[in-house]
Design a protein around this ligand. Sequence first.
Ligand code: PMP
Length: 363
Amino acid sequence: MANRVFNFSAGPAGLPEPVLQQAQAELLSYGDCGASIMEISHRSEPFKQILDSARNGIRTLLGFNDDFEVLLIQGGSRLQFSMIPMNLASRDQTADYIVTGAWSAKALEEAHRECNVHISWNGTDNGFDRLPGNEALIRSEDPAFAYYCSNETIHGIQFPEAPDYGAAPLVCDASSDFLSRPVDLQRHGLIYACAQKNIGPAGLTVVIIRRDLLERSSDELPGYLNFKSHSAANSMYNTPPTFVIYIMDLVCKWIINEYGGLDSLAKTNREKAELLYSVIDRHAGFYSCHAQTASRSNMNVVFRLPSDELTAAFIEQAADHSLASLAGHRSVGGIRASIYNAMPRAGVEALARFMDDFASTNG
Ligand code: PMP
């Protein structure tokens, strides 16, 4: 479509075009409903099928068994910052936090209100430009859970694989790399992700939880904040965001149709990121990555130019080439190119060409 740009927004982010086209085609009447999916009951048969299909899509893509349950909860990832310690730890227990960037730091802040916390690693002094190896983690004795963020969206650093935390249930904020690569779920007790980066529009958070952990939720918790309520109600404790779930189902189907599974999608995501990092490295005196090389994210490529003037010119001229939403987060500055699943390779290639030209002209 002529007026669609290559959208590098960090979230809400671009959706696969075939998904938007199908949603558009079905917008006025879903199947033979004679009404939009937005206009029918969440208890109706068509919606129940979508809900089952969406959850099965996630289950199939990540390949997990019945030990785990998929809950769909509103309130964004930020609500999980509170819900997770509320449900998984009692007030006198300790939870371990690996603090690698803005998002795990905010999660820690909320956890402080709910239980004791122990910081097993803190990247603040390094400006959140790297991730710890397993040997650097200082674990507390018998933590209720250990928390990490697999991809720090603002700082552009991504764990190559889950940290090793022994027997403690590992909790992962996968908000900005969910369904972008395979995950070893068996090493985790809980993985969660808000929808608005890789799996749909804003309004929903996917929580994959090991069933035995549901037993920890106290009946004293407010109903909506208790994982058990969502599990018992089959994720329809209150009216769910039906349209978001519908799009999420289409996105899972798109991944399966387009890539067959997460191995192949992960390979594409790696190649897309390498295209941009290779331009940055080629013009090393002009562009500089925020992340140290071993911690670079395949989802959010964060880099700087030599001056604020050049950064502003870069963003302005990129927009003229239909390369949109490239400004870095206000706390880090510079440029952030978010290249989630839906970003086509052609968009990354166009950005790489632009970066090459811009460096040659201005460097
Ligand atoms: N965690 C990460 C890694 C994120 O990138 C974000 C949003 N950018 C959040 C948590 C917060 O998500 P929400 O706005 O859905 O609460």
